[in-house]
Each structure stands twice: as C-alpha cells, then as structure tokens.
Write a protein that binds this ligand. Structure first.
Ligand SMILES: Nc1nc2c(c(=O)[nH]1)N[C@H]1C(S)=C(S)[C@@H](COP(=O)(O)OP(=O)(O)OC[C@H]3O[C@@H](n4cnc5c(=O)[nH]c(N)nc54)[C@H](O)[C@@H]3O)O[C@H]1N2
Ligand SMILES: Nc1nc2c(c(=O)[nH]1)N[C@H]1C(S)=C(S)[C@@H](COP(=O)(O)OP(=O)(O)OC[C@H]3O[C@@H](n4cnc5c(=O)[nH]c(N)nc54)[C@H](O)[C@@H]3O)O[C@H]1N2
Ligand code: SF4
Ligand SMILES: [Mo]
Length: 710
C-alpha cells in the first residue's frame, strides 16, 4: 500500500510546483497540501494547482473508452473493442496510403516517458515521419534561437533562485503574475535586493504593475525594440568589447544591423518613446549582471526566432550570457514543456535532443531501439502544417495530450481538417472538444494516478509520484501504446519495446539520451527521489573525482555549446507583422492567458472554483476604442479577422494600447480566440503568429446597429 502522504508535483504549468497529496479517507481522491521542501515554489501554489484534484473526479473525467456507433454517436465500449478499432483505423491508412498517411500529435504536458514512447511508437511501430506536438505552438522560436546562438536549447540556463541576485531583469512578453504566480516572488525579491525589473508587454499586466519600467510596444514589434536598445548600447559605448572578442562570433554584421535602427525610427515602429528606450538601456547596462527572459509575447510571432535572436544579441553585446547571474532564458510553459521537446515527439528529433537528420544520432538511437537505422523515417511536418494536411495527405491521426480544436491557430479550419480525417483516435482524461470529434476516445490515467518524470522550466528533472489508484476503466498512455504496438506489429512482438512501467521506459530513455545534448543517462528514479530533482545534462559518469555527475544547474560559464565554444550573434532586422492592419481590419488582436484557466481549458473549465473566477472569454479594449465603437463594459462585441468572427463581452481598460485588443484563448464556441488567429509561420521554428493579427471590432449591443471601429 502506498503512503497516505505523497510528495509530488502539479499537473499543469512548467513551474512544476511541489505539493503533498494526502489520500482522502475513502481513498477515492486526494487533498493538496503544502510541500515546503521543494525549492522552486516553497509551498506556494496557484488556484489551478490547489484545485487540480477536482479533475480526478469521475464526475468530470472519462472512465470508459468511447467508440462511434453506426448512428454517429460516441458510446461506451470495452477496451478490447476500442483498441481493436484504433489499430484498424491507423493500420488501414497505412496499408492503403503508406506510412506517412498516419499522423501522430503529442503534447508538452506528457511526461518524459510518454513523450519518448510516443516518438518511438511513431517511428518504429507506425513508421511514419508525420509526428509533431503542441510545443511547436509554445517555445519553438526560443528553442531555435537558443540553438543558433548557444548551440543548445535549455529554457533557463540557470535556476530561478539566481533571479533575485542579479541586477536587472527584462521580462519580454511574459506575465508570470498570472501564468506562474508562485514565481512572482523571484521578481519581487529582485527588487527588494535593489535590482530592477523591466516589463515589455503591450498591456499593463499584473506583472507590469511590479515593474520599475514598463515598455508597451505595439504587438509584433519586439524585434525592432531589441534592435533599438542594441543601437543605444553601441551609441552610448556600453558594448562589452572584451567579452565580445573572447566569447562570441559575428558581431560586426549584427552591429551594422543595429546601427540602422535609430531610436526615433524604433519609436515610430514600436510606439515606445526614445527616453524610455534610453532608460531601459541604462537600467540593463549599469549593474554588474543582468538577464533577459522571454515568454510567448515575442516568441509566438511569424518572426519569433529572429525576435528572440535580437534579444540574445543584446545580451551578447553587453556580456550578459554565460556569466554568473547573467543570461538569456526562455520561460517555458507546459508541465513538461522542457522534457517534452527533448525526447522525440518533435518532427525533426530523436531522444536526447538529437537530430533525426544526423547519421550518428540515428545509429545510436536505432541501436537502443533494436532497429535498422535506415528504417527510421526522416523529419516530418510541423504542428500547424500537420493539422492542415489532415484529411488530405494524412488520413488517420493518433492524438495524445492536446486539444487543437481550441488551441490551434485558424481553429475553424483546423476543426474542418480534423472532421475530414478517415479516422481519429484521442487519448485524454476528459472529453475535450477535440476528443468529441474522435472515432475512438481512450480514457487515460493522470498525474496523481501514475508515476513519471517531467523537466521543469529550469531544466530540472523531477519525479511525479502516483498517489492514488486510478478508477476502474482507465489505462495509462503507456499501456495504450503497448497494446497498440502489439496489434500493429504484424507478429513482430513490437510491444516488448513499449513497457508499461514508467521506470522501465525511463531506463531506456537514459540510454537513448546518453551522449546527446539533453543527456539524462546519469539520472535515475532513485536519485530524483533523493535529490529532489536533477538538472540535465547529467551524463552517467564524469562527476568530480570520477564520482556520479551532479547535474548542471548553470550552463555556459566556461564555454557555449558550439563547436568553438563561442556564442553566435545572429544578424536580424525589423520586419512587419505578417498581417498589418488596414482599412478593413484596422486593429491588432493579441491573445494570451488568465490566471484561473489553463490552455484550451479542457481541464480547468471542469473545475467550479476556477470557472467562478474566470467564467468565460472577453475582449480587452481601451476606453477610447470602446467609445468609438459604442461598446459598453460587459456587453458583447464581435472581433472579426480574415479567418472568422468571435463574440465575447467587452472588458474596458486603460491597461491596453488603444490600437490593440486582447482575448484569452481558453474557451471554445463563439468566444474562441483562435477562430481569428493567423497561421502565418516563422520560417525557422514554424511557430504561428498567435500574438498579432489584423481585426476589426464591432459592437453587437442589444438592438443597436453594429458600428465598426476605425
Ligand atoms: N494561468 C495559466 N498559466 C499558464 C498557462 C495557462 O494557460 N494559464 N499556460 C502555460 C503555458 S503552456 C505557457 S506557454 C505559459 C505562457 O506564459 P506567458 O508567456 O506569460 O503567457 P501569455 O499570456 O501567452 O503571454 C504573455 C504576455 O505577452 C503579451 N504580449 C502579447 N503580444 C505581445 C507582443 O507582441 N510582444 C510582447 N512583448 N508581449 C506581447 C501579452 O499581453 C501577455 O501579457 O503559461 C503557462 N502557465
Ligand atoms: N491564441 C492562442 N493560442 C494558443 C496560445 C496562445 O498564447 N494564444 N498558446 C499556445 C501554447 S503556448 C500552447 S502550449 C498550446 C496548448 O494548447 P493544447 O495543446 O490544447 O493544451 P491543453 O489544453 O493543455 O491540452 C492538453 C489536453 O491533454 C489532456 N491531457 C492532460 N494530461 C494528459 C495525459 O497525461 N495524457 C493524455 N493523453 N492527455 C492528457 C488534457 O485533458 C487536454 O485535453 O496552445 C497554444 N495556443
Ligand atoms: S504555478 Fe503552475 S505548477 Fe504551480 S500550482 Fe500553479 S499551475 Fe501548478
Ligand atoms: Mo505553452
């Protein structure tokens, strides 16, 4: 029998707050308690974490497989029948149209074990190249920029505990007060210690309220802003010449690009006044150490990779990377946003953050998997491109851990593509909007009911522990993959490569990742339990005096992970958003999050306390804009883009720029923000432009003729 109190981690965001779960007396659920021994959150939790057990209840979750009957309704079925149908649905597409007609879509909330097994399942069992995941919509631009500049992508190259001790932090398009509330402490402590906080956000968010300086650029102009700051750094003689010479390459070209971005020109593009640019440069350059942290604001742009590159350039020019208490970092989002991008559910990737196109990587992983390297497919399509190909090139899809009907850009089109599939199987804990379209829904176990590892935003690998017995009728994602491998293997006993015990999967993941950039080979479940998490890279040996490797909390202090150890400047220049406002669509829509809902809302919209706090979508608009529109607080307004129309109540606030409107994306139906968003993709990361598209807003108040805002 398990202990009654189980130390574990939250099911939601990348902070992966520690919590203690106590089984309720009848054993059917758990209560969340404070877990003070985990340093990242020191006991603090947000409302989502506190109420997470509500989603364990069979009142809101799935407890039986569902299959579509002859009349088109989803009806309960046995596991035997449901698994048989999935194997048939995936197998038929493969035999009729070839392996690439089968798609797989994963999620950054899946544990490392699940992400690893899903990637292996796609390549080994299905033989398809067509796998990608929702992390593409999350931190892919920062990953691409980090790889280009530093030769390695780990969201934060230092632990959060370094933040309060640096001199200045620029938080770019990041709203931790709502998206990672317990982490706000690090920024308030920074200020208590005499450091300064600069927030760059078109909205005066709850986070911006804590800032010493808030810059509110027009959405989609962060690239110009960063170049303008770099221009001032050079013009004011604040470049760290020695550092640039010794630790970087490519400065001259970047310097030239920055010099073309005069502060006055940058002010015109961004709307940020020149004196504020100067103030930001002063605050950032004066202290001994400083950091730039980005999140989805600058990253979810069709030029997200270049935009993050521009912020990294600013760090490199001023000697603020790979030094104590200095650096560039990306605040990753999902529970396993970091680990989920390392172990092979990404279109171009093999475990250990290896490249699918690298012959040595293929040979290593193929050996661990016991297959011929030539049998491994090449890179496939990125997330949006994969969704866009459903029903045409891709005939059947296995989806695990995402709800794209709500969260994908141009969602009405994506929904149409999903409906055009010959066959859709969804593994989920609840009947999400996407699961509701499936031919077969497989109900799976969740966080408190299963063991597994996640890697938090700091690169700290953590052990989530099983605290209660799952309800009858559900199975784990690992069991699903095991059973499907048996059915689809054509007598090859492929299920042997898909153990259902997470620790066994982790042991294989260790070997597969050994020697790769994200090396987990020195990490074991036992160490994770004893040490409360271990930072990768952690090779199997090579610790001090030949002992165990301690893990790597801080990266790049000696050298960057490039061939010559130098960081690379990336020459970038400003370009406009993919869809500039015009006569017909005169405003910019940006999207994001509220504190009480999580992502597509599939889980949190099933929690009463969270719905009471955040009952539905809304459109944030400035009073001047509202007046022109005739929009009143709480009254519905329609937001219209080239992709469609969404309706939600107006929320009138001076905290937003008058040329911008904001919608959270947590809801389906009429108020679905992603009906509007633009799937224009970044050329490198293939990130869609969630953060800027042209719209018009119309008041749809009772009886009044709608007026369009100009
Ligand atoms: N409550 C809650 N917490 C979450 C999540 C959730 O859904 N709900 N999701 C988790 C996940 S997966 C993620 S990725 C993180 C995301 O965490 P954040 O990145 O903090 O969240 P967002 O609200 O998407 O975007 C942050 C800010 O970017 C601003 N912004 C919009 N456009 C621009 C722009 O062009 N430039 C700049 N500089 N800023 C812009 C928005 O106004 C917003 O305040 O949160 C994680 N935590
Ligand atoms: N407009 C706009 N759109 C956005 C964004 C934005 O800022 N603006 N942000 C983007 C970002 S950063 C992200 S990360 C995506 C997220 O969007 P989604 O990919 O839709 O993320 P979730 O809502 O977390 O979906 C996870 C699904 O998996 C289920 N699930 C949870 N745990 C498990 C598990 O262990 N196994 C299985 N099989 N299922 C599980 C949940 O119930 C849920 O249905 O949205 C993107 N979409
Ligand atoms: S901040 Fe994130 S990890 Fe912490 S309790 Fe809230 S949702 Fe969970
Ligand atoms: Mo995300």
């Amino acid at each position: 029998m398990q202990n009654t109190v189980t130390p574990t981690h939250c099911p939601y965001c990348a902070l992966q707050c520690g919590m203690n779960l106590t089984r309720t007396p009848d054993g059917s659920s758990v209560e969340v308690g404070e877990r003070a021994d985990f340093p990242v959150n020191r006991g603090a939790l947000c409302g989502k974490g506190r109420t997470a057990p509500a989603v364990l209840s069979s009142r809101v979750r799935l407890t039986s497989p569902l299959v579509r009957d002859a009349g088109g309704a989803l009806v309960p079925a046995s596991w035997e029948e449901a698994l048989g149908r999935v194997a048939e649905g995936l197998g038929r597409a493969r035999s009729e149209f070839g392996a690439d007609a089968v798609g797989v879509f994963g999620g950054g909330g899946l544990t490392n074990e699940k992400a690893y097994s899903l990637g292996k399942f796609a390549r080994v069992v299905l033989g398809t190249s067509q796998i990608d995941y929702n992390g593409r919509f999350c931190m892919s631009s920062a990953a691409a920029a980090g790889n280009a500049a530093f030769g390695l992508d780990r969201g934060l190259p230092f632990p959060l505990e370094d933040i309060p001790r640096t001199g200045c932090v620029i938080l770019v398009g990041s709203n931790p007060a709502e998206t990672m509330p317990p982490s706000l402490r690090y920024f308030t402590e920074l200020r208590e210690n005499g450091g300064t906080l600069i927030v760059v956000d078109p909205r005066r968010t709850k986070t911006a309220e804590h800032a010493d300086l808030h810059l509110a650029p027009r959405p989609g102009t962060d690239l110009a802003l960063a170049l303008g700051l770099l221009h001032l750094v050079v013009a004011e003689g604040r470049t760290d010449e020695a550092y640039v010479r010794e630790r970087t390459a490519g400065w001259e070209e970047t310097r030239a690009a920055a010099m073309a971005h005069w502060p006055e020109y940058v002010e015109r593009i961004t709307g940020v006044p020149v004196p504020r640019l100067r103030e930001a440069v002063r605050l950032f350059c004066e202290p001994e150490a400083a950091m730039v942290l980005t999140a989805r604001g600058p990253e979810q742009q069709a030029k997200g990779t270049d935009t993050v590159g521009a912020w990294i350039n600013l760090c490199l020019a001023t000697g603020r990377a790979g030094r104590p208490l200095s650096g560039y970092g990306c605040l990753t989002g999902q529970g396993n946003g970091q680990g989920g991008r390392e172990h092979g559910q990404k279109a171009d990737q093999l475990p250990g953050y290896r490249k699918l196109t690298d012959p040595a990587a293929r040979a290593h992983v193929a050996e661990v998997w016991g297959v011929d390297p030539d049998s491994l497919p090449g890179p496939g399509r990125s997330a949006y491109e994969l969704l866009d190909a459903l029903g045409t090139d891709i005939r059947s899809l296995l989806l695990m851990g995402s709800n794209p009907v709500v969260s994908a850009p141009r969602a009405a089109h994506v929904e149409e593509r999903i409906r055009a599939l010959d066959f859709l199987a969804v593994c989920d804990v609840v009947l999400s909007e996407t699961a509701a379209l499936a031919d077969v829904v497989l109900p799976v176990t969740q966080w408190a009911e299963e063991t597994g590892t996640t890697t938090n935003l700091e690169g700290r690998v953590l052990l989530r522990r099983r605290a209660i017995t799952p309800p009858e009728g559900v199975r784990s994602d690992l069991e699903v993959l095991h059973e499907l491998a048996a059915r689809l293997g054509g007598g090859r006993n492929l299920e042997k490569g898909f153990p259902t015990d997470p620790e066994e999967v982790f042991e294989e993941l260790r070997r597969a990742s050994a020697g790769g950039p994200a090396d987990y080979s020195g990490i074991t479940y036992r160490r994770l339990a004893e040490e409360n998490g271990v930072f990768w890279p952690c090779p199997a040996s090579g610790g001090p005096e030949g002992g165990v490797h301690p893990g790597t909390p801080r990266l790049f202090h000696d050298r960057f992970a490039t061939g010559d150890g130098r960081a690379r400047f990336v020459p970038v220049s400003h370009r406009p958003v993919a869809e500039e406002p015009d006569e017909e669509y005169p405003l910019l829509l940006t999207t994001g999050r509220v504190v009480a809902q999580y992502q597509s809302g599939a889980q949190t919209r099933r929690v009463d306390e969270l719905n009471a706090a955040a009952p539905g979508p809304f459109v944030e608009l400035h009073p001047r804009l509202a007046e022109r529109l005739g929009a009143a607080e709480g009254e519905p307004v329609a937001v219209v883009s080239r992709r469609g129309r969404a309706v939600a109540p107006a929320r009138i606030t001076t905290a937003i720029r008058p040329d911008t409107v904001f919608m959270p994306f947590h809801w389906a139906g009429e108020g679905r923000a992603n009906t509007l968003t633009n799937p224009a993709l970044d050329p490198t990361s293939r990130m869609p432009e969630f953060k800027a598209c042209a719209v018009r807003v119309e008041a749809v108040g009772a009886g009044e003729p709608a007026r369009a805002a100009r």
